[in-house]
Design a protein around this ligand. Structure first.
Ligand code: SF4
Length: 346
């Protein structure tokens, strides 16, 4: 390879092995993984990987462990399918709905809860399907917020994204448009002025960045995110609590601090959804609560995310704590960040 060869996204198991990112003896198992789940490791992430099982590699390099499906895992862990009135729409809560215009991503997270659906070949709604989805939103005036997700909506062409944003912005009841994306960290070069123009709207536009480790916040990613903020678009973060990625106090603190220094408000820390073949990423809820309790009082409140569980089966999202208040027959008791308990009047 010469210096003139453009770095490319790594997708084939053969290339993974040739680059030393997977052992040759895993080839058959990896081919079986590849038949079921998409793989894409963009150059940005390839450069960040120091060894295959480091916090960046674990997120994107397939492993034979993905062939093991635990009894509690499900191909639709949060019940999206049952809540989809028309293709591309998920309607779980009264005042908001998801619009999934495509199922392509800049990389394929090995822990993705939509891993059975996302992939490079598919999921782009046809023009007719997109019209039907947009008409459904137009016909439901209780929907105040539309969340563009996927796949990754910032993988759309500026023309198609602009069409969607303009159409939503013409619906009087749509007050807020939220875009969930991994593109600013996975492929910051996609954040062109044309794509940013496509996000222009007179409605409240928010970007929710998905990133899981502080090293994802590269200089290029930060520049791309500043360009978004320069358009008066506030940015929130969402991360998944992942074994071997961000499951230590140090890693979680570094991630949350990296968001805050990039003017991003940490929003959600998700408990892992039980998608098939993801058990090796599982962190027990008690451990997640302890990790967050460790941050309390030590790290600025600006960095504090809400630790949430999407209740399996599509029953909605709830905060998981940690809790600081107990009640018994004698009254209320509050625990301070140092673990001491204080009584409160009822
Ligand atoms: S970017 Fe989001 S939708 Fe795509 S693979 Fe990762 S978690 Fe799944």
């Amino acid at each position: 390879m010469t210096d003139l060869v453009k770095p490319h996204t790594l997708r084939r198991m053969r290339d993974l092995i040739e680059r030393g990112l997977a052992p040759a003896e895993d080839r058959a198992a990896l081919d079986a993984v590849a038949e079921r789940y998409a793989t894409a490791i963009p150059p940005t992430f390839l450069e960040l990987i120091e060894k295959p099982d480091d916090p960046i590699g674990r997120q994107v390099i397939p492993t034979p462990a993905e062939l093991l499906t635990a009894p509690h895992e499900s191909i639709d862990p949060i019940g999206d399918d049952a809540l989809s009135p028309v293709p591309g729409i998920v309607h779980r809560y009264a005042d908001r709905a998801l619009l999934k215009p495509l199922l392509v991503c800049p990389l394929y997270c090995r822990f993705c809860f939509r891993r059975e659906h996302v992939g490079p070949d598919g999921g782009l709604l046809s023009d007719a399907q997109l019209d039907t989805a947009l008409n459904w939103l137009r016909d439901h005036p209780a929907i105040r917020e539309v969340i563009l997700t996927g796949g990754d909506p910032l993988m759309l062409s500026p023309r198609r994204l602009g069409h969607i944003v303009r159409t939503l912005s013409a619906m009087p009841h749509v007050e807020t448009i939220r875009i969930h994306s991994r593109v600013p960290v996975a492929d910051p070069a996609r954040m062109t002025p044309e794509l940013l123009d496509a996000m222009e709207t007179d409605r409240a536009m928010w970007l929710v960045l998905h990133a899981n480790h502080a090293r994802e916040m590269t200089d290029d990613a930060r520049r791309a995110l500043r360009a978004v903020q320069a358009r008066a678009i506030p940015i929130l973060s969402q991360s998944v609590l992942l074994r071997g990625v961000n499951d230590t106090p140090e890693a979680l603190e570094a991630l949350l601090r990296a968001f805050v220094t990039a003017r991003i408000k940490p929003y959600y820390l998700h408990q892992l959804d039980p998608a098939p073949g993801t058990a090796h990423f599982h962190v027990p809820i008690a451990e997640g609560r302890a990790l967050l309790a460790d941050l309390r009082g030590r790290v600025t409140g600006l960095a504090w995310p809400t630790y949430v569980l999407d209740i399996p089966g599509g029953h909605g999202k709830v905060p998981l704590g940690p809790d600081y208040l107990d009640q018994d027959t004698e009254g209320l008791h509050v625990r301070d960040p140092n673990g001491r308990t204080h009584d409160l009047p009822l």
